[in-house]
Design a protein around this ligand. Structure first.
Ligand SMILES: O=C(O)CCC(=O)C(=O)O
Ligand SMILES: [Fe+2]
Length: 236
Protein backbone atom coordinates (compact mmCIF):
# COMPACT_ATOMS: atom_id res chain seq x y z
CA UNK A 1 0.00 0.00 0.00
CA UNK A 2 1.35 3.45 -0.82
CA UNK A 3 1.27 6.37 1.61
CA UNK A 4 -2.04 8.20 1.09
CA UNK A 5 -1.74 11.60 -0.53
CA UNK A 6 -4.62 14.05 -0.29
CA UNK A 7 -4.40 16.69 -3.01
CA UNK A 8 -5.91 19.80 -1.41
CA UNK A 9 -5.34 21.91 -4.54
CA UNK A 10 -8.41 20.45 -6.25
CA UNK A 11 -10.71 21.75 -3.54
CA UNK A 12 -10.35 25.56 -3.74
CA UNK A 13 -10.09 25.91 0.01
CA UNK A 14 -9.52 29.33 1.52
CA UNK A 15 -12.12 30.89 -0.76
CA UNK A 16 -15.65 31.73 0.14
CA UNK A 17 -18.42 29.47 -1.08
CA UNK A 18 -16.60 26.14 -0.84
CA UNK A 19 -19.36 23.85 -2.07
CA UNK A 20 -20.96 21.45 0.38
CA UNK A 21 -20.27 18.65 -2.10
CA UNK A 22 -16.54 19.47 -2.16
CA UNK A 23 -16.37 19.64 1.62
CA UNK A 24 -18.12 16.30 1.90
CA UNK A 25 -15.76 14.70 -0.61
CA UNK A 26 -12.68 16.12 1.12
CA UNK A 27 -13.78 15.04 4.58
CA UNK A 28 -14.39 11.52 3.29
CA UNK A 29 -10.96 11.49 1.62
CA UNK A 30 -9.34 12.68 4.85
CA UNK A 31 -11.26 10.20 6.98
CA UNK A 32 -10.03 7.35 4.77
CA UNK A 33 -6.47 8.67 4.65
CA UNK A 34 -6.26 8.98 8.41
CA UNK A 35 -8.16 5.92 9.53
CA UNK A 36 -7.98 3.19 6.91
CA UNK A 37 -4.78 3.76 5.06
CA UNK A 38 -1.97 3.38 7.53
CA UNK A 39 1.16 2.62 5.49
CA UNK A 40 1.96 -0.44 7.59
CA UNK A 41 3.28 -2.61 4.80
CA UNK A 42 6.05 -0.26 3.77
CA UNK A 43 6.97 1.24 7.14
CA UNK A 44 7.29 -1.22 10.00
CA UNK A 45 5.11 -0.41 13.00
CA UNK A 46 4.12 2.95 11.59
CA UNK A 47 0.71 2.94 13.23
CA UNK A 48 1.93 1.67 16.63
CA UNK A 49 4.79 4.16 16.66
CA UNK A 50 2.51 7.06 15.80
CA UNK A 51 -0.11 6.06 18.37
CA UNK A 52 2.44 5.61 21.15
CA UNK A 53 4.08 8.93 20.23
CA UNK A 54 0.64 10.58 20.47
CA UNK A 55 0.19 9.23 24.00
CA UNK A 56 3.65 10.41 25.06
CA UNK A 57 2.82 13.85 23.69
CA UNK A 58 -0.39 13.82 25.75
CA UNK A 59 1.59 13.01 28.92
CA UNK A 60 4.07 15.79 28.19
CA UNK A 61 1.31 18.30 27.37
CA UNK A 62 -0.43 17.54 30.68
CA UNK A 63 2.84 18.08 32.56
CA UNK A 64 3.40 21.42 30.85
CA UNK A 65 -0.21 22.47 31.50
CA UNK A 66 0.22 21.59 35.17
CA UNK A 67 3.37 23.74 35.40
CA UNK A 68 1.63 26.59 33.62
CA UNK A 69 -1.17 26.55 36.21
CA UNK A 70 1.31 26.46 39.10
CA UNK A 71 3.17 29.35 37.49
CA UNK A 72 0.00 31.42 37.69
CA UNK A 73 -0.58 30.51 41.33
CA UNK A 74 -3.66 28.47 40.39
CA UNK A 75 -4.76 24.98 41.36
CA UNK A 76 -2.29 22.75 39.50
CA UNK A 77 -5.09 20.77 37.79
CA UNK A 78 -7.10 23.68 36.44
CA UNK A 79 -5.95 23.21 32.81
CA UNK A 80 -5.25 19.47 33.05
CA UNK A 81 -8.84 18.79 34.10
CA UNK A 82 -10.06 20.04 30.73
CA UNK A 83 -7.59 17.93 28.70
CA UNK A 84 -8.11 14.48 30.16
CA UNK A 85 -9.97 13.16 27.11
CA UNK A 86 -7.18 13.87 24.63
CA UNK A 87 -7.15 10.89 22.29
CA UNK A 88 -10.93 10.34 22.41
CA UNK A 89 -13.71 11.61 20.18
CA UNK A 90 -14.60 14.18 22.84
CA UNK A 91 -11.38 16.07 22.31
CA UNK A 92 -10.03 17.43 19.00
CA UNK A 93 -6.30 17.37 19.84
CA UNK A 94 -4.31 16.33 16.76
CA UNK A 95 -0.81 15.22 15.86
CA UNK A 96 0.23 16.57 12.47
CA UNK A 97 3.17 15.31 10.46
CA UNK A 98 4.45 18.01 8.14
CA UNK A 99 6.88 17.30 5.35
CA UNK A 100 8.08 20.33 3.42
CA UNK A 101 9.51 19.16 0.08
CA UNK A 102 12.82 20.34 -1.42
CA UNK A 103 12.75 23.82 -2.87
CA UNK A 104 13.76 24.80 -6.40
CA UNK A 105 14.84 28.40 -5.76
CA UNK A 106 14.49 29.33 -9.46
CA UNK A 107 10.73 28.84 -9.14
CA UNK A 108 10.20 30.60 -5.80
CA UNK A 109 7.70 33.50 -5.84
CA UNK A 110 8.26 36.80 -4.06
CA UNK A 111 7.57 36.57 -0.32
CA UNK A 112 6.93 32.84 -0.58
CA UNK A 113 7.28 31.02 2.74
CA UNK A 114 6.94 27.41 3.85
CA UNK A 115 4.24 28.22 6.35
CA UNK A 116 2.65 31.66 6.57
CA UNK A 117 2.55 33.69 9.76
CA UNK A 118 -0.17 32.57 12.17
CA UNK A 119 -0.87 31.55 15.74
CA UNK A 120 -2.31 28.17 16.70
CA UNK A 121 -5.90 27.97 17.95
CA UNK A 122 -5.78 25.62 20.94
CA UNK A 123 -4.12 25.66 24.35
CA UNK A 124 -0.50 24.66 23.74
CA UNK A 125 1.40 23.18 20.80
CA UNK A 126 4.35 20.82 21.13
CA UNK A 127 6.67 21.12 18.15
CA UNK A 128 9.33 18.59 17.19
CA UNK A 129 11.36 19.89 14.27
CA UNK A 130 14.12 18.47 12.13
CA UNK A 131 17.46 20.26 12.13
CA UNK A 132 16.76 22.45 9.10
CA UNK A 133 16.23 26.09 10.07
CA UNK A 134 13.21 28.09 9.06
CA UNK A 135 10.93 28.42 12.07
CA UNK A 136 10.62 31.94 13.40
CA UNK A 137 8.60 33.27 16.32
CA UNK A 138 7.52 36.83 16.97
CA UNK A 139 8.77 38.55 20.13
CA UNK A 140 6.94 41.26 22.11
CA UNK A 141 8.57 43.92 19.90
CA UNK A 142 6.86 42.12 16.95
CA UNK A 143 10.20 41.13 15.42
CA UNK A 144 10.59 37.64 14.05
CA UNK A 145 13.44 35.72 15.65
CA UNK A 146 14.70 32.26 14.72
CA UNK A 147 13.65 29.31 16.83
CA UNK A 148 16.15 26.67 15.69
CA UNK A 149 16.00 23.00 16.58
CA UNK A 150 17.85 22.41 19.86
CA UNK A 151 18.59 18.67 20.02
CA UNK A 152 16.88 16.94 22.92
CA UNK A 153 14.31 19.69 23.44
CA UNK A 154 10.67 20.18 22.52
CA UNK A 155 9.44 23.60 21.50
CA UNK A 156 6.22 24.67 23.27
CA UNK A 157 4.04 27.34 21.69
CA UNK A 158 1.25 29.02 23.62
CA UNK A 159 -1.89 29.11 21.51
CA UNK A 160 -4.90 31.42 21.24
CA UNK A 161 -7.38 29.71 23.52
CA UNK A 162 -4.80 29.65 26.33
CA UNK A 163 -4.29 33.39 25.93
CA UNK A 164 -8.03 33.91 26.26
CA UNK A 165 -8.23 31.48 29.21
CA UNK A 166 -5.47 33.35 31.09
CA UNK A 167 -6.81 36.84 30.28
CA UNK A 168 -3.76 37.63 28.12
CA UNK A 169 -1.17 36.64 30.74
CA UNK A 170 0.17 33.80 28.60
CA UNK A 171 0.43 35.32 25.14
CA UNK A 172 -0.16 33.24 22.03
CA UNK A 173 2.89 33.26 19.79
CA UNK A 174 2.78 34.30 16.13
CA UNK A 175 5.12 32.12 14.10
CA UNK A 176 6.01 31.18 10.53
CA UNK A 177 8.37 28.91 8.60
CA UNK A 178 10.68 30.47 6.01
CA UNK A 179 12.09 28.85 2.89
CA UNK A 180 15.74 27.83 2.94
CA UNK A 181 18.16 30.45 1.50
CA UNK A 182 18.42 30.65 -2.32
CA UNK A 183 20.31 27.72 -3.75
CA UNK A 184 19.65 25.47 -0.77
CA UNK A 185 17.02 22.87 -1.57
CA UNK A 186 16.59 21.31 1.88
CA UNK A 187 13.48 19.47 2.99
CA UNK A 188 11.99 19.96 6.45
CA UNK A 189 10.03 17.60 8.67
CA UNK A 190 8.10 18.54 11.76
CA UNK A 191 5.71 16.76 14.08
CA UNK A 192 3.22 19.06 15.70
CA UNK A 193 0.95 18.16 18.61
CA UNK A 194 -1.89 20.66 18.85
CA UNK A 195 -3.38 20.28 22.33
CA UNK A 196 -6.85 21.64 22.96
CA UNK A 197 -9.40 21.27 25.78
CA UNK A 198 -12.33 18.86 25.52
CA UNK A 199 -14.96 19.93 22.96
CA UNK A 200 -17.52 20.53 25.68
CA UNK A 201 -15.23 22.36 28.11
CA UNK A 202 -16.34 25.85 28.96
CA UNK A 203 -13.35 28.14 28.90
CA UNK A 204 -13.64 31.13 31.14
CA UNK A 205 -10.96 33.53 32.30
CA UNK A 206 -9.08 31.78 35.08
CA UNK A 207 -8.54 35.00 37.04
CA UNK A 208 -12.31 35.42 37.31
CA UNK A 209 -12.05 38.71 35.42
CA UNK A 210 -14.54 38.11 32.60
CA UNK A 211 -12.12 39.86 30.22
CA UNK A 212 -13.45 37.49 27.58
CA UNK A 213 -16.88 35.87 27.83
CA UNK A 214 -17.00 32.14 28.58
CA UNK A 215 -16.96 29.98 25.49
CA UNK A 216 -17.27 26.28 24.76
CA UNK A 217 -14.12 24.90 23.06
CA UNK A 218 -16.04 23.49 20.10
CA UNK A 219 -17.78 26.83 19.47
CA UNK A 220 -14.47 28.66 19.67
CA UNK A 221 -12.90 26.36 17.07
CA UNK A 222 -15.91 26.47 14.78
CA UNK A 223 -15.79 30.22 14.82
CA UNK A 224 -12.04 30.32 14.11
CA UNK A 225 -12.35 27.83 11.24
CA UNK A 226 -15.28 29.76 9.80
CA UNK A 227 -13.19 32.93 9.85
CA UNK A 228 -10.26 31.17 8.21
CA UNK A 229 -12.41 29.68 5.46
CA UNK A 230 -14.41 32.78 4.72
CA UNK A 231 -17.62 32.51 6.77
CA UNK A 232 -17.57 35.38 9.26
CA UNK A 233 -18.78 34.77 12.81
CA UNK A 234 -18.77 37.17 15.70
CA UNK A 235 -16.51 36.04 18.48
CA UNK A 236 -15.98 38.40 21.38
O1 LIG B 1 6.47 23.18 10.57
C1 LIG B 1 6.62 23.83 11.57
O2 LIG B 1 7.66 23.81 12.17
C2 LIG B 1 5.50 24.69 12.11
C3 LIG B 1 4.15 24.30 11.65
C4 LIG B 1 3.07 25.11 12.28
O3 LIG B 1 3.30 26.13 12.85
C5 LIG B 1 1.67 24.65 12.21
O4 LIG B 1 1.40 23.67 11.50
O5 LIG B 1 0.80 25.26 12.87
FE1 LIG C 1 1.58 26.79 13.97
Amino acid sequence: MSIPVVDFSVYQLGKENVSEADLKMLSEELRKAFTENWPSEEVDDFRDTKVSFFHRCKELALKVLRLMAIGLGLDSEVFVNEHKRIGSFENGTTLRSLYYPPVDSTRVKENQVRCGEHSDYGSITLLFQSTEDGLQVQNRAREFVSAPCIPGTVLVNIADLMQRWTSDVYVSVVHRVLLPPAGVSKTRQSLVFFAQPEDESIIKCCDGSNKYPSIKTVDYFTSRFNDTYGKKTNLV
